[in-house]
Design a protein around this ligand. Structure first.
Ligand SMILES: [Mg+2]
Ligand SMILES: [Zn+2]
Length: 198
């Protein structure tokens, strides 16, 4: 796949989609305070490597704590600014953040909608792909829950699980007919290396 990077057709390229909580940073149950952001091992170096390879990186995160009224939507930008700060220490950069503030049942007011972005729906991935000229079939979604893997499948990407966050204890359900599952990995680095070697 790497050989194709410089020869991509029609201006598209493979991209990396990353869940946030439990995948990039410690899972802290509706995290909303910047001071609670803690990077997981290998995340900084792995994203820096993607940056140097010219592979766009998009964070796609369900934030139903907003819909549920646990924290205001304005906290999300503060958390992402803190994440950017921690990644900068590794020379690493996220190209795009997408979050879903909705919940179809538990949401308050306007946040209670059956949106197209809440994973396992693929809306955040397809929007990022359009914005960053990403070729979905060559791309990878990494997360710590089945909903992440399914979102990757629903977008037509490969999917990999990390055994951090909820991923340390879940069993994998292979029932999704279009799941292109690459495996369960202890770190983001291992998940990404397996994909780059395809
Ligand atoms: Mg997660
Ligand atoms: Zn949504």
């Amino acid at each position: 796949m790497m050989a194709n990077l410089s020869q991509s057709q029609s201006g598209t390229r493979p991209g990396l989609f990353l869940d946030r909580d439990g995948t990039l940073i410690e899972e802290k149950h509706y995290l909303s305070r910047p001071e609670d952001v803690e990077l997981l091992p290998t995340v900084g170096e792995t994203i820096a490597r993607m940056n140097s390879l010219g592979i766009p990186v998009a964070v796609v995160t369900n934030q139903a704590g907003i819909a549920r009224g646990y924290f205001p939507e304005s906290q999300v930008a503060k958390v992402h600014a803190r994440l950017d700060e921690l990644l900068a220490e590794f020379g690493a950069r996220i190209d795009r953040y997408e979050y879903c503030p909705h919940h179809p049942v538990e949401g308050l007011g306007d946040y209670r909608i059956d949106c197209d972005c809440r994973k396992p729906k693929p809306g955040m991935l397809t929007r990022s792909a359009a914005a960053l000229q990403i070729d979905l079939p060559r791309s990878l979604m990494v997360g710590d829950r089945m909903g992440d893997l399914e979102a990757g499948a629903n977008a037509g990407c490969h999917s990999s699980l990390v055994r951090t966050g909820y991923g340390s204890s879940i069993s994998i359900d292979f029932d999704h007919e279009s799941l292109r599952f690459l495996g369960a990995f202890q770190t983001l680095k291992e998940a990404v290396e397996t994909w780059l070697d395809l």
